[in-house]
Design a protein around this ligand. Structure first.
Ligand code: C2E
Ligand code: CA
Ligand code: CA
Ligand code: CA
Length: 274
């Protein structure tokens, strides 16, 4: 039903204007978010299905301002990326997470791998591998305790460049996983060339895993493919015991999701570990 008259057009531009205004508002506020202490990092446990133990944590960024309240990362991360502010913000998250991992080791808690999300824009900065190595060195964390979560998008623009960066990270002992796996149309040939060691099965496939036969087949295929390539698998967005049981049957290695815990402030995470 196409009735695109003047009225519809105006309505459309009004909505667009509103979005542009919100974007501008976010970017202006994001500029001062760090110096005003409005950001903090929460940590969500990753659990081994073999041992039931917490073996990792994903660092997730949180932002709230007096004017805007809590803003979802799904909204502010894209704004940070478009404005370039993701570079200083991403560096800050990396440092916080690495420092936290070191603090937990020092406290004698069971060792964990700290997973940090990396935007494609950060990934493409020329000095990324040496920057990450520098942060690890300054905070005193051995590289095997860090994992960078990349989306399949990092490889789209410049596959040779992405492979070179991944090789440099790999050579420095820094692990990489592919986030949201299955949503980005990754080719298997890519996976072979990339020095990743883990696939994170996207939560959109996990959601209906107990009822949807197609999603069951997809998840099962990803796990089997990963295994034949020697890659570890983690399923995200696991909310129910039924989902957990299916993943266990399929020999998925690890899970993450509300069934275990929501992302937590450091003190609450320690209680879970201790
Ligand atoms: P993501 O990396 O795929 O992170 C997983 C998201 O799923 C997180 O949302 C997490 O809180 C949520 N989640 C975890 N378990 C469950 C579950 O059982 N059910 C459901 N429905 N959701 C679950 P969050 O924290 O809102 O982050 C959204 C996205 O924002 C992230 O998706 C990531 O792409 C981005 N993001 C968050 N922090 C950072 C960061 O420090 N840097 C970058 N570049 N991106 C970040
Ligand atoms: Ca992630
Ligand atoms: Ca994800
Ligand atoms: Ca995602």
């Amino acid at each position: 039903v196409k009735r695109a008259g003047r009225h519809d057009f105006r309505f459309f531009t009004a909505a667009m204007q509103q979005r542009a205004a919100r974007h501008l508002q976010l970017v202006n506020a994001l500029r001062f978010a760090l110096e005003r202490g409005q950001m903090h990092v929460v940590y969500q446990p990753q659990v081994s299905l073999k041992t039931g133990r917490i073996i990792g944590a994903e660092a997730l960024l949180r932002w709230a301002t007096p004017e805007l309240g809590a803003v979802s990362p799904a909204e502010f991360i894209p704004a940070a990326e478009e404005s370039g502010l993701i570079i200083p913000i991403g560096e800050w998250v990396l440092r916080q997470a690495v420092r936290q991992a070191r603090l937990w080791l020092d406290a004698g808690l069971p060792p964990l791998v700290m997973a940090v999300n990396l935007s494609a824009i950060q990934f493409r900065t020329a000095d990324l591998p040496s920057h990450v190595a520098q942060v690890l060195y300054e905070e005193g964390l051995p590289p095997e305790y860090l994992e960078l979560e990349l989306t399949e998008g990092v490889a789209v623009q410049d596959p040779p460049g992405a492979i070179a960066t991944m090789n440099q990270l790999h050579d420095r002992g820094i692990r990489m996983s592919i986030d949201d796996f299955g949503t980005g149309f990754s080719s298997l040939s890519h996976l072979k060339k990339f020095k990743v060691y883990k696939l994170k099965i996207d939560q959109s496939f996990v959601r209906d895993i107990s009822t949807d036969t197609e999603d069951k087949a997809i998840v099962s295929a990803i796990i089997n493919m990963a295994r034949s390539l020697g890659l570890t698998t983690i399923a995200e967005g696991v909310e129910t015991v039924e989902q957990l049981e299916f993943l266990r049957e399929q020999h998925c290695d690890e899970i993450q999701g509300y069934h275990i815990s929501k992302p937590l402030p450091p003190a609450d995470f320690e209680r879970l570990l201790g």
